[in-house]
Design a protein. Sequence first.
Length: 179
Amino acid sequence: MANFINLLTFSRIFLAAVIFLLLMSSDSYAMALILFFVAGITDYFDGYLARKHNAVSKLGEILDPIADKILILFLLFALAINLSSYSIGFIGALIITREIWVGALRDMNARDGRSDATKVTFLAKIKTTIQLFTISIYLLGLAINNMLIIVMGDIFLFISLFITLYTGFLYTLSSFKPR
């Protein structure tokens, strides 16, 4: 079962690249939206099945959040290119910077025996959910050719950025707090 669950996680990484390529053609926007939905389902089921069948693996614990980040970043950069949006590209760069920073904090805390300082928080899970929701808004706007929905995506992208930076700030405070 663990192999199947890890395969679901790997499929999200593969789908990220496929969706990126689909967004390069306006004829493929609807398919990109459908595959993004499929990727979201794999995100739900890999965690659900791992817990239900007690098949949580070290690889899965490491790979699942990485797959989420890969999916989000591929899509933000594809949207930046597709919509010729410097703001989406810049926000995507800020998000990846935060992810690298938090990854470095996790590594540092693990070496110091303080892994709890950067344990995934509920707010960090909300952050990922809002990022995925934001991307789905953009994809829906493209699929039905509605610029008002794209503007709503822009608004949610700024909300997503705020929560992303805020959670990074909280992890930073927790990491450097005296013992």
